[in-house]
Design a protein around this ligand. Structure first.
Ligand code: LMR
Length: 394
């Protein structure tokens, strides 16, 4: 059976983790996978998470199964974090999934089940796994233009021109905030326009929100999602706790599905339970338990919000520092976009060859499309990156 298998190339982001590890240079710089790093290069466990863990260790009395959809308290507190106080909770079905990736996968499984001919519109560029999972579950991918590589902002006119071809029942994948890989986000006005368009056209947004709190703030980053959730009859939400709680390996995510009526939401809820049962049965509890404890305890929550604030502030600072350093070295403003973008990622605009050159010459690792993880930088690596960029002719 297995003899016919071919070796699959690893995902271009995941491949970098190993390539970086294998590089013996001690001054190498990892700007690959989207993981926050502090000034010493470590991905620390957040204080609030550590404290929740301590208290969990003392108080947890059983490891018996939770629910197939996950713990209701986790799902409720996440729904609240994502959707705020005005959420249409009577039309909301939720599922605890292993990470945001699990939520994307279950959202697409659900789509395939109820609407196998739906086309899935995905921004070009996007997180590569969006395209890969959509194809893997057997749905048709359509790309829409998103990013203007000249101005480095969202090319909204082209995006809408492409989405004009979407039909009723199609899915449009949107990044809730901190677009991966471009760092360029929709404006408030653009969210409004998109919401109206989706309503009139009858298309269903799948909002992938993996960086809530990394852009402009917890509530600010959920603006577009909340707007769609309140305006549209149906919305799919794939949320990750990996980054904003720093619980990457605990695989903690949530699929939210807003249905047109509360009746439909109830049937959706039972379908979501079915989907977990067919794939993972019970979702992993540890990360979700910590998130629930943090969101439900005033002191832990306040500490978590402060930590998240400092991460966001630091990313902003690094962005400005890099942009300044490049202004100094290049004598131009052409890297001003780095300070304007939000979240962990920006595309530097380097060719694959230039990306490889920076790796060879300076030990700097970034994704082949020149996506950098700004949160992988620190005060002293910023000038190294800036010089390497100028040296390769950027
Ligand atoms: C990334 O884009 O680097 C992260 O979302 C990690 C991943 O799974 O690709």
């Amino acid at each position: 059976m297995l003899n016919s298998l071919e070796t699959r190339p690893a995902d271009k982001i995941i491949r970098l983790i190993q390539e970086f590890k294998d590089d013996p240079r001690t001054d190498k710089i990892d700007l690959g996978v989207g993981v926050y790093r502090d000034a010493s290069g470590l991905t620390p466990i957040m204080r609030s998470v550590k404290n929740a863990e301590k208290s969990l260790w003392e108080t947890e009395t059983t490891k018996a199964y939770t629910g197939i959809a996950g713990d209701p308290e986790f799902r409720e507190s996440m729904a609240h974090l994502l959707l705020g106080t005005d959420a249409p909770t009577n039309r909301l079905a939720t599922l605890h999934t292993p990470g945001g990736t699990g939520a994307v996968r279950q959202a697409l499984e659900l789509t395939r089940m109820v609407s196998p001919d739906a086309r899935v519109w995905i921004s070009d560029p996007t997180w590569p796994n969006h395209v890969s999972i959509t194809r893997y579950v057997g749905l048709q991918v359509q790309l829409y233009r998103y990013f203007d590589s000249g101005t480095r902002i969202v090319d909204f006119a082209s995006m809408m021109e492409d989405l004009e071809r979407a039909e009723r029942g199609d899915i449009v994948v949107l990044h809730g905030c901190c677009h991966n890989p471009t760092g360029a986000n929709l404006s408030t006005l653009q969210w409004h326009e998109l919401s109206e368009f989706a309503l009139n056209r009858g298309i269903v947004p799948l909002v992938d929100i993996a960086y809530q709190g990394f852009g402009d703030g917890i509530n600010e980053d959920a603006f577009g999602l909340r707007l769609l959730a309140n305006e549209l009859p149906e919305v799919l939400i794939a949320a990750s706790c990996s980054k904003n709680f720093g619980v990457y390996r605990e695989r903690t995510g949530l699929l939210g599905v807003i249905a047109e009526t509360s009746d439909a939401a109830q049937r959706t809820q039972s379908t979501l339970v079915f989907l977990n049962r067919q794939s993972i049965s019970f979702p992993p509890d540890h990360g979700a338990r910590l998130v629930t404890m943090i969101l439900g305890d005033q002191e832990l929550r306040c500490d978590w919000e402060n930590e998240l604030d400092s991460i966001r502030t630091l990313i902003g600072k690094l962005r400005r520092q890099l942009s300044e350093e490049l202004r100094r070295l290049s004598g131009s403003d052409r890297f001003g976009f780095l300070a304007e973008h939000r979240g962990m990622f920006s595309l530097l605009g380097a060719s694959e060859e230039q990306v490889l050159q920076m790796r060879r010459n300076a030990g700097i690792y970034m994704v082949s499309d020149s996506r950098i993880n700004v949160a992988g930088l620190n005060k002293s690596s910023v000038p190294v990156l800036a010089s390497a960029m100028i040296d390769v002719g950027l």
